[in-house]
Design a protein around this ligand. Structure first.
Ligand code: FAD
Length: 481
């Protein structure tokens, strides 16, 4: 058992847990994040569409709608403060027949009631000017100029780094297994011993029902809802410039086509309820559905440019609503449960509110020295020649390209490992700095990345993993040779 008594322990280092940590680090208090994986951003926050939704879709009057619109408005400033890759590319919802028009108008009305700025219904002529490759069937569309795209890894790491910089601690490979009341405190039992805390934040994604149900009589139920995707090579990056949706249905927003902030095209997701909270496999049926559905929105989409497929799990709550705030019959325990889409968009607003609720409850005071800024890892490609040459004089490793597909240098990889929290595995490097994210998917650069990881972390290369424990890359009895 740790002797220290925390003011707040946050379960889960996804975008929600990291956002809570960042906003709470504005206050004087001891806070830490407990994460069962080896790194930040290993759950749903790493596998989604990367869209900052404008907020026209979530039903008016729900927490989903309120937090979506507020969160989306926070992104431009947040991306400046934390140097997050974000772009306000605008989004479009296609109407593929005149019969669907009333549904599009209802979506517009819902968006207006939610307070989304600039919404307009546009006719085919204007639509074609915005997106020349839309289906011949498209008759009109809802245009939302405030829609955006963000790198979800970048956003999550930036929030975590800024939280650490302002005093928050992170404990990785720390699986929470129990929560019990001890007097006025909560005792959190983990695979790495127990922790005492005044307040708990449940930001455990698909597992948030498990923790809620440990402390409350009013049970909740979270179903993992799987979404599968194709990611297309950057050579297809200009095929669409806005995020292109179909009209939403019972299972969500449907298959969409969107550019990413890095210049790829993302196509998906499907929506299928499953039982296993960790099953992120892709399926032939799911991918076939995406092929069929995407063709209805965009003509001749170059799916032959696919470089990978992947899946993520939405934490779908039975009432299709976010559960946010202090649990009535478990004082000091705060839920961020059922945070399915638009959770990425809503995360900054959720983090801000939970931090305010906790600071009020514990009477925490604002720090005078809170630093809201964080700079990302230097991208040598963005420097002019003189500055690049100066950098290479001081850091020659910034002149050595390791990942050819994404043009990532050794210097960037070393910096990704040296960050706090820093990369400890191939996937940690990949998500922070994109080495291995390109066309060859790490086929060329992985061995070099492994050598750099081993060197920086003072370990044998055979100990380098893909994504933490149980993912060794070099196997066999003579692996150290
Ligand atoms: C297919 C798909 C598409 C989406 N697209 C979008 C989109 O475009 N825009 C948008 O706004 N939203 C989108 N979302 C939703 C968004 O991705 C999520 O709402 C958001 O990532 C949830 O973040 P989180 O921090 O709650 O969960 P997670 O990222 O899953 O984090 C939870 C963390 O808790 C940890 N944890 C769990 N159990 C334990 C334990 N026992 N001990 C310690 N740690 C534990 C996990 O390891 C994990 O790291 C999408 C979701 C999916 C699945």
């Amino acid at each position: 058992m740790q002797n220290k008594i925390y003011d707040t322990l946050i379960i889960g280092a996804g975008i929600v847990g990291c956002s809570v940590a960042r906003y709470l680090s504005k206050y004087k208090g001891d806070i830490a994040v407990l994460e069962r994986n080896e790194d930040v951003c290993c759950g749903t926050s790493k596998a989604n569409s990367g869209i900052v939704h404008a907020g026209f879709d979530a039903k008016h009057g729900t927490l989903m709608a309120e937090y979506n619109v507020r969160g989306s408005r926070m992104y431009p400033k947040l991306s400046e403060e934390l140097d997050i890759k974000y772009k306000n590319n605008g989004s479009i919802v296609l109407c593929l027949s005149s019969e669907e028009r009333p549904k599009l108008e209802a979506l517009y009305e819902n968006g207006i009631r939610n307070g989304v700025e600039g919404l307009r219904i546009i006719e085919r002529e204007e639509l074609l000017l915005l997106e020349p490759n839309v289906s011949d069937e498209a008759v009109c569309a809802l245009f939302a100029p405030t829609g955006g795209i963000v790198c979800p890894f970048d956003a999550t790491y930036a929030l975590a780094e800024n939280a650490v910089n302002n005093g928050a601690e992170f404990f990785f490979d720390t699986n929470v297994t129990g929560i019990v009341r001890e007097g006025d405190l909560w005792k959190i039992i983990t695979s790495n011993g127990s922790y005492l805390t005044r307040t708990v934040v449940n930001a455990a994604g698909c597992y948030s029902d498990v923790f809620h149900n440990m402390v409350s009589e009013k049970k909740i139920d979270i179903t993992p809802r799987k979404g599968e995707y194709f990611l297309l090579d950057k050579t297809s990056g200009r095929y669409v410039s806005h995020t292109v949706f179909r009209l939403p249905g019972k299972m969500g927003k449907g298959v969409l086509i969107t550019p990413t902030v890095h210049g790829n095209i993302l196509v998906g997701p499907t929506a299928e309820d499953i039982e296993d909270k960790d099953d992120v496999s892709t399926t032939a049926e799911g991918l076939a559905k995406i092929r069929k559905q995407s063709a209805l929105s965009i003509k001749d989409l170059p799916l032959d440019k696919t470089i990978t497929s992947f899946a993520g799990l939405r934490s779908h709550e039975a009432g299709h609503e976010f559960i946010i705030g202090e649990v009535k019959d478990a004082k000091g325990f705060f839920d961020c449960a059922g945070i399915e889409s638009p959770g990425l968009s809503a995360a900054p607003a959720i983090g801000e509110d939970i931090a305010d609720m906790i600071s009020e409850k514990l009477d925490l005071h604002k720090k005078t020295d809170f630093d809201p800024y964080r700079r990302g890892i230097t991208d040598p490609l963005k420097l002019d020649e003189d500055r690049l040459n100066e950098l290479i004089k001081i850091r020659p490793d910034y002149g050595k390209v390791i990942c050819r597909c994404e043009t990532v240098t050794e210097g960037q990889i070393r910096d990704a490992i040296r960050r706090v929290p820093g990369a400890k595995s191939i996937d940690g490097v990949k998500r922070r700095i994109r080495a291995g994210m390109g066309r060859c998917q790490g086929g060329f650069c992985s061995p070099a990345v492994m050598e750099i990881l081993a060197d920086e972390l003072h370990m044998d290369i055979s100990e380098v993993t893909k994504k933490g424990k149980d993912s060794a890359i070099i196997l066999g009895e003579n692996k150290a040779l």
